[in-house]
Design a binder for this molecule. Structure first.
Ligand code: IVH
Length: 733
């Protein structure tokens, strides 16, 4: 690979890994399995190793995932909380021992082998035996103070039994049992809310709730297995620590093994794999640790993980079953996605009857056919997926899957026209799309999206409820949800005539309260909520902050200026005297075109200094055309008319006079008091922009402690570097 290609790939991988870090740690909504995540990360680490010139201190390979969210007080850990390196094969597992033995100068070592609990890491501080604080891992050095929420865990003693040290940090994992997970999801299903994919996500989502009375409604559990800072140092081995934790009355793992050498450790891993399904918590691997703390000290740690411990991840559970059929779901944008209908099979503790098949191209690539015996996988975190078919077991008479033929060339929901379209999102390629904006599936999808958390947060109107409201004709366009009377909501039957399941008065009242609260949300959220084609969250924010109302937006001078500029730029390119496609044929023409270009340049500059000042480049002509077209279309006009009729006139937070208008910031390192999101909000609120990479167009690099390559780049390019104090002065905050 050439250095240029490597640099590109490294940048792409860093962005991708960071995105998955955010999904896993902050939002508790991972999109890929741990294994796929590790593969991405390994590829990145490999490339960084091979091309050290592109190494960066802020690369995701150099830090632990950050779980901090807004609203919690941040607290420093007395001793850093590290993560663990993962292994997936016996060879990798044994290589850990070889490295360690070399480091210690002996291979006579004792290990403990413990279950790796699939929960959420937490550090408890006990002072003189009293529980004083519970903090998440955060960035490793500091995390969020979640004491109030941890205090809702009934099985956690507030006081250690017997003699306790002056101060000790005890580390463990918060989790939810399968049973509690199912109970909560069933409740959410009844209320029409989105379901959590697995216990870990639900536990992580719960611990990050700001209202601890809500947390108390869910039975969180905890198990403890480690220590951080201790004064005085009490024990000198993991085995002794396990015994002490138990003697103090703390919940500990059911089983651990103290073994000698790697062969015994590997045998213990096998035994653990056979027993782990009986444990109260979900486990996704084994953790092997040096038993002796003195040896641990000698082995030391990297920034991210100790050299004295490693995780071995168990293979995700797979099962074989028959693919009975492929049904097609239609999403809010009309994209048709295939779903596998399976002969029900028990997998990782639950019965699986459906799994995702991603898209038609993937089905073709893997040559998966209806009637095939298929292998399905559930990797704990993610929805079950069909991995492959087993061609040796293929019955006669199967045919290649053809999505369009399967739906008879029309939308399976509304019967409308379908067409092949390019899907913008990376890796999605081409897909079939229902062309009918009024398709009930699209309507329901848009309504569910309109009510989702990041849109208008009208909790309670999730997939099932949205589909029902559309099916019964109560809602066509999302704003119609404001017209549904409380009584209608309360008596909404989400089940069938034979088995009615009523939405209920309590849920209905919540929806009514939430939709009223949403009236006060700013234009940007409303714009995002309306599913305007090509207008995602970032674009909605940009537009919502540059317009005062929907009326202004529908006839946006700014968007027209974007189109005008693109038009002028196109003309400029064509008329350029040096144009290869359109070379001038005479000196006179060259002179005339030179003059014309000067005029075009002046017009472009005028737009850039006027209506387009501070408008980011990613707000381009495609988005502008799409938004203007939408608001001029029949459905777009109908939506706006409905909003007007309902008295819904959300206000844009126009910050034209903001002190940072037209300024772009890049943030790097840890600031002394402001969290990254807080700094970003200050910048956005004052009309500024935040970017991920430093270029000549960057106005300021806001640098904190441990700033990495971005700081160097800023210096190299002569971009102004400011610290938090200076930033606060500029922002007036
Ligand atoms: S010891 C210094 N033991 O797994 C490293 N961690 O993937 C200390 N985890 O951050 C970790 N079960 O949150 C340890 N028996 C166990 C564990 C365990 C689960 C978590 C922990 C850690 C993560 C790393």
């Amino acid at each position: 690979m050439t250095p240029a290609l490597a640099q590109q790939r490294i940048a792409a991988l860093r962005a991708e890994v960071s995105r998955h870090d955010e999904l896993y740690h902050r939002r508790a909504k991972p999109e890929i399995s741990d294994l796929d995540y590790d593969l991405l990360k390994r590829e990145l680490a490999d490339l960084e190793g091979k091309f050290p010139q592109f190494a960066a201190k802020d690369s995701p390979t150099q830090r632990v995932g950050d779980d901090r969210v807004q609203g919690f007080r941040e607290v420093a850990h007395r001793e850093r909380m590290l993560s663990l390196d993962n292994t997936y094969t016996e060879a990798e597992f044994r290589a850990f021992h070889v490295r360690l033995a070399r480091l210690l100068g002996t291979d006579d070592v004792r290990y403990t082998v413990e279950p790796k609990i699939d929960g959420l890491a937490v550090s408890l501080t006990y002072e003189e035996g009293d529980l004083v604080r519970a903090v998440t891992r955060g960035k490793g050095d500091r995390g969020d103070d979640v004491t109030a929420n941890v205090l809702t865990i009934r099985t956690l003693p507030r006081k250690l039994r017997g003699a306790a040290p002056k101060i000790i940090e005890i580390r463990g994992e918060i989790y939810l049992t399968q049973a509690e997970f199912r109970r909560i999801n069933a409740e959410r299903a009844a209320a029409g809310e989105d379901l959590y994919a697995n216990p870990r996500n639900l536990a992580a989502g719960t611990i990050k709730q700001l209202d601890s009375s809500e947390v108390a409604q869910r039975k969180l559990e905890i198990v403890l297995y480690g220590q951080g800072y201790s004064e005085p140092a009490l024990v000198s081995s993991q085995t002794a620590l396990q015994k002490t934790l138990k003697a103090w009355g703390l919940p500990v793992v059911e089983r651990y093994w103290t073994v000698r050498g790697i062969d015994e450790a590997w045998a213990a891993v096998g035994e653990l794999d056979r027993l782990r399904h009986e444990f109260a918590y979900a486990t996704d691997g084994a953790v092997v640790k040096l038993d002796d703390f003195g040896q641990r000290h000698d082995a030391g740690s990297t920034d991210k993980a100790p050299r004295w411990a490693i995780a071995y991840k168990f293979k995700p559970d797979t099962a074989r079953t028959r693919l009975n059929g492929i049904t097609i779901q239609v999403g809010k944008t009309g994209i048709l996605s295939p779903v596998a209908e399976l002969e029900p099979v028990l997998l990782a503790g639950s019965t699986i009857a459906r799994a995702t098949l991603h898209n038609e191209d993937e089905i073709r690539r893997k040559d998966i056919r209806i009637g095939d015996l298929v292998e399905i996988e559930k990797a704990g975190e993610v929805i079950p997926a069909v991995l492959r078919s087993i061609p040796e077991e293929r019955p006669p008479g199967t045919a290649e899957f053809d999505l369009s033929a399967a739906v008879g060339g029309k939308c399976p929901v509304c019967g409308g026209k379908i067409a092949r379209v390019e899907v913008a999102a990376e890796g999605e390629g081409v897909a079939w799309k229902c062309q009918n904006y009024e398709c009930p599936a699209q309507r329901a999808g848009r309504l569910g999206f309109f009510c989702s958390r990041r849109a208008l947060a009208i909790d309670g109107v999730g997939g099932v409820v949205a589909a029902k409201l559309v099916e019964l004709g109560h809602v066509e366009d999302p704003p119609d949800v404001y017209d549904v009377p409380l009584e209608t909501l309360a008596t909404l039957n989400l089940g069938s005539d034979d088995e009615p399941r009523v939405f209920g008065a309590k849920n209905a009242a919540k929806v009514v309260a939430a939709r009223e609260a949403a009236r006060g949300l700013p234009l940007e959220r409303w714009l995002y909520a309306l599913s305007v084609p090509d207008v995602g969250e970032t674009t909605a924010r940009e537009l919502g902050r540059r317009h005062r109302s929907f009326a202004e937006l529908a006839d946006s001078a700014l968007l027209r200026a974007v189109l005008k500029k693109a038009d002028l730029a196109g003309q400029r390119e064509w008329e350029a005297p040096a144009s290869r496609r359109n070379p001038p044929t005479s000196e006179a023409e060259r002179a005339r075109r030179k003059e014309l270009c000067a005029r075009l340049d002046a017009e472009i500059a005028e737009l850039e200094a006027g209506p387009l000042a501070g408008v980011p480049a990613d707000l381009g002509p495609a988005v502008a055309a799409s938004a203007l077209e939408f608001f001029a279309s029949v459905p777009g006009k109908r939506l706006l008319a409905k909003l007007r009729k309902l008295g819904l006139d959300p206000k844009g937070t126009v910050t034209a006079a903001g002190v940072f208008t037209g300024r772009t910031f890049v943030l790097t390192g840890t600031l002394p008091t402001l969290k990254r999101e807080e700094a970003e909000q200050l910048i956005l609120a004052a009309g500024g922009k935040v970017s991920g990479s430093v270029s000549r167009k960057t106005s300021y690099v806001l640098a904190g402690e441990e700033a990495g390559s971005k700081l160097e780049k800023a210096k190299e390019l002569g971009v102004a570097v400011i610290d938090e104090a200076e930033f606060r002065r500029l922002a007036g905050a």
